[in-house]
Design a protein around this ligand. Structure first.
Ligand SMILES: Nc1ncnc2c1ncn2[C@@H]1O[C@H](COP(=O)(O)OP(=O)(O)OP(=O)(O)O)[C@@H](O)[C@H]1O
Ligand SMILES: [Mg+2]
Length: 186
């Protein structure tokens, strides 16, 4: 079920025009930058987005400009573990599996969950309770199980569906910023 929804949404997102993508992304960023979560966080974790995900590069740049610490995930496929490393410059990135960009371990510092104020959690489909369908690795679900601070996601409004099927290990996010509304999840 999750896999079907994931694929349907990917197809739907791929149909978005560049203009639509750009305009909606800008609106989502504006909503996010005016949030308390953004303002209060001095250490923020996020991914390096790839189209058609809501772009995160402008967020990274703004965070650097405001003196916030940015960290990005390093996935360990053997153990399905993930940790976050401090990201300060493009030269610290390498392309790993599926063209994903990740921090180069010897160039970046490891951050513990307790060091992070806020995690922007990626996903493909979301529902108003904050449940999400991610990329299917369970990396975020595992990490969030040991994380007690703020979480949110950025999504196009069309990525919000009535109900995401969830299992016991799925951990919902607290807020979802879209170009139309900000959902505060119960
Ligand atoms: N805390 C956990 N402990 C052990 N296995 C887990 C845990 N969380 C998730 N998993 C496993 O990971 C797999 C993928 O989970 P799921 O389909 O929810 O991925 P996802 O939410 O799309 O991925 P992600 O969390 O990386 O965005 C499942 O087989 C699930 O059993
Ligand atoms: Mg999950």
């Amino acid at each position: 079920m999750k896999r079907v929804l994931r694929n349907e949404m990917k197809t739907k997102l791929a149909q978005m025009t560049d203009k639509e993508f750009q305009q909606k992304t800008n609106a989502i960023h504006e909503a996010f930058f005016s949030s308390k979560q953004w303002k209060d966080a001095s250490v923020i974790a996020l991914t390096i987005s790839r189209k058609p995900e809501v772009a995160t590069k402008p967020i990274i740049e703004r965070a650097w400009k405001e003196g916030k610490t940015v960290c990005i995930p390093k996935c360990l496929p053997e153990t399905k573990d993930m940790h976050f490393r401090r990201f300060q410059d493009e030269s610290e990135l390498e392309v790993v599996y599926f063209g994903l960009q990740e921090p180069i371990v010897h160039k970046t510092e490891l951050l513990a969950p307790d060091d992070i104020d806020f995690i922007l959690v990626p996903g493909i489909c979301f529902d108003p309770r904050g449940y999400r369908i991610g990329y299917g690795g369970g990396y975020y679900d595992r990490y969030l199980a040991g994380f007690t601070k703020e979480t949110a996601s950025l999504a196009f409004h069309c990525q919000i569906i009535d109900k995401v099927p969830h299992e016991a290990h799925d951990i919902p996010v607290s807020q979802i910023f879209t170009e139309k509304t900000t959902l505060i999840c119960p």
